[in-house]
Write a protein that binds this ligand. Structure first.
Ligand SMILES: *Cc1c(COP(=O)(O)O)cnc(C)c1O
Length: 393
């Protein structure tokens, strides 16, 4: 394969050069365990402090409210399991949405198996939760609301500030899985009344295997990973120093560039969406038209099997996805597409293209031109499409 056209930035992103450079010395030069006593360990310690400040600054948090984890999945697990346990005296009710990442949904299933009750909020056709429905779902025994900041499949941005305000009026804690939002769109834990927030390094040009959980100082936080005394006795395990350093630098860069990045990605995205919708018949844009992540385009094509489309794109070196990395390979259509009300047939023909500022208009032109041919070819082989054409003659 000569070259790769990477349009799967919601699955993971390329580590940027500045991030890699910052991480490098911590593999061989300052390889010490930062928890050690001797002076040699102080470089690692200082680097972690700095990264904690950088991670906090991006969301208006205090650096003492940032806990480093192994990534988004761990942060989501920690937030839900720890709050459930710490606030069990108040109640056993948790509210989330039907379109959360599996790191949230499967953790909620686990809570249900352990005596908790979970309300899964419906979403509208754009993938937005309805505030009235959330308000009605809140009960005296509700301890936590967990709603994602932005959806990883269809890119819809949830009304986080309004959810936070309502949660605080009702005295309920608010967690948001901000893995797709952190570093991509502005987030502020104070303005948005967020109590806990999950983010992951590899989703915004940082390294894999490192994330954060932001926890407001007033929230009781129990550990779920037991062992050493790291992270104020709340998250054991030897510090992943290069990873943490990389996370911090990626957060700092995101803070400096967020406006420029958003503008560039939005231009690319809007051009991509316009070409696909204008030029490919029976194509549907999923997610909200404007309240969506700058880099996200997500479509369904009638009479198309999503997997076949991905295979043919892959043969051209185009990295795309059907929606969620976890669902690809599985035969079930995505839970997100079913939640926005798509019928199974349509949900099966989905394509997610997620761009970064590294993509170009030339790449988009190539992908759309090829996609047109692919879809025409697949439809020409589809008996359903034949029937449809005959019926509509
Ligand atoms: C990727 C992702 C996660 C999981 O993060 P990892 O760091 O890969 O474990 C959780 N939630 C959302 C919304 C994601 O996109």
């Amino acid at each position: 394969m000569d070259k790769i056209i990477y349009m799967d930035n919601a699955a993971t992103t390329k580590v940027s050069n500045e991030v890699l450079e910052e991480m490098f010395p911590f593999f061989q030069e300052y390889y010490c365990n930062p928890s050690a006593f001797y002076h040699f360990a102080s470089e690692g310690k200082k680097a972690i402090d700095k990264a904690r400040e950088q991670a906090a600054a991006l969301i208006g948090a205090g650096s003492d409210e940032i806990y480093f984890t192994s990534g988004g999945t761990e942060s989501d697990n920690w937030a839900l399991k720890a709050v459930a346990k710490a606030y069990e005296k108040k109640g056993h009710h948790v509210i989330t949405s039907k379109i959360e990442h599996h790191a949230i949904l499967h953790t909620c299933h686990y809570l249900e198996e352990n005596g908790y009750e979970v309300t899964y909020l419906d979403v509208d056709e754009y993938g937005m939760i309805r505030m009235e429905e959330l308000e009605k779902a809140i009960r005296p025994d509700t301890i936590l609301i967990s709603v994602m900041a932005a959806n990883n499949e269809i890119g819809t941005i949830e009304p986080i500030a309004r959810i936070g305000k309502l949660a605080h009026e009702k005295g309920v804690l608010f967690h948001t899985d901000a893995v797709q939002a952190y570093g991509h769109i502005p987030m502020d834990v104070e303005a948005m009344n967020i109590d806990l927030l999950s983010a992951s390094g590899h989703k915004f040009h940082g390294p894999k295997g490192v994330g954060i959980l932001y926890v407001r100082k007033s929230v009781k936080l129990l550990p779920v990973i037991h062992g050493g005394a790291q992270e104020k006795n709340r998250r054991a395990g030897t510090y992943n120093v290069p990873g943490i350093v990389g996370f911090g630098r990626a957060a700092e860069l995101a803070g400096q560039r967020i406006k420029k990045r958003m503008t560039k990605e939005t231009e690319l995205r809007d051009y991509l969406i316009k070409r696909v919708i204008d030029e490919i018949p029976y194509a549907r844009l999923n997610g909200h038209r404007t309240d969506r992540l700058p880099g996200n385009a997500h479509f369904c094509f009638r009479f198309i099997e999503g997997e076949s489309m991905l295979i043919l794109l892959d043969q051209l070196g185009v990295c795309a996805s059907s929606g969620s990395a976890c669902a690809s390979g599985a035969l079930d259509p995505s839970h997100v597409l079913l939640a926005i009300g798509l019928p199974h047939e349509l949900a099966h023909g989905s394509l997610r293209l997620t761009v970064s500022e590294d993509n170009s208009f030339e790449e988009i032109n190539f992908v759309v031109n090829e996609l047109k041919k692919i879809i025409e070819r697949l439809r020409s082989m589809s008996p359903l499409y034949e029937d449809f054409l005959h019926q509509n003659q």
